[in-house]
Design a protein around this ligand. Sequence first.
Ligand code: ATP
Ligand code: MG
Length: 287
Amino acid sequence: MYDQAANLRKKVEARREPKQAKTIAVVSGKGGVGKSNFAVNFCLSLSKKQKKVLLFDLDIGMGNIDVLLGKTSRLSIVDIFERQLPIQDVIEQISDSFAYISAGSGLSNIFAMGNEQFDYFIDQYELLTGLFDFIIFDMGAGITEGSANFLMAADEAIVVTTPEPTSLTDAYAMIKHITREDLNLPLFLLINRIPNQRIGKQTAARLQRVAGQFLGKELAILGMLPEDKAVVQAVISQTPFIEKSPKTAAAKAVREITDMFLDGDRPDSRRASSSFIKKLTHFIKER
Ligand SMILES: Nc1ncnc2c1ncn2[C@@H]1O[C@H](COP(=O)(O)OP(=O)(O)OP(=O)(O)O)[C@@H](O)[C@H]1O
Ligand SMILES: [Mg+2]
């Protein structure tokens, strides 16, 4: 199972240029399945492995990365678009290797940006790609016209689902939408809140089977996270669970996922010219 993910990752890595952050979108069909908690703890775990990570909250106006980290952000991504502030000003540094950008709390449709705003954002974003190994987008649930551009321009996407049938059918709908847009965007499954390994594996196998059969899409498995009350307690205390409860099952699973993920990673390999910035520009300006 993990070999398959590693092989797919190697294919993806073979297309990378050096010193360019890899952009990964964390998505789901249904809301509340654990995207933000996974994203926060995964990023933190990557940063503990000496990777430079930027967590970009793209759940505009509804984001909660700062809440999960127990921080308050003065500025957010909205300030890059609306006030043309330098991107460095809106980055909150958690440690040497872990930073995040808040999604803001006001109503703002940054995805409906004009060309001038977009050019400014791209100039600013470009400054980041040499500074980080990974830029991870925590997206809102489902898909909107604007957020779809960011998702489809990413180098790969992690689709989060729980074993619940409602979450699974929504995950499938999301995968269907993505594959219709681009069959080649690498997709990884993260099955969250599993009661046991058997149900986790069954859930993943079911999604892999239908995606293969009806969409002609291969889904790799990133990993599984158990149902663990330590996650809920960590949310309440606004501390990532890998830090608050490093010995619990969920924390152990995140560390294992991180190791698997980095094992399949080849930082020296090259990416083809279709980088995030080029793809995003294409989606926004040329469609
Ligand atoms: N592995 C887990 N074990 C137990 N509870 C969990 C687990 N993962 C998530 N939860 C619970 O689910 C809640 C929602 O998680 P989270 O905010 O990460 O979801 P989300 O997919 O980002 O939601 P949204 O779609 O609103 O952005 C958490 O506050 C926590 O209570
Ligand atoms: Mg969220």
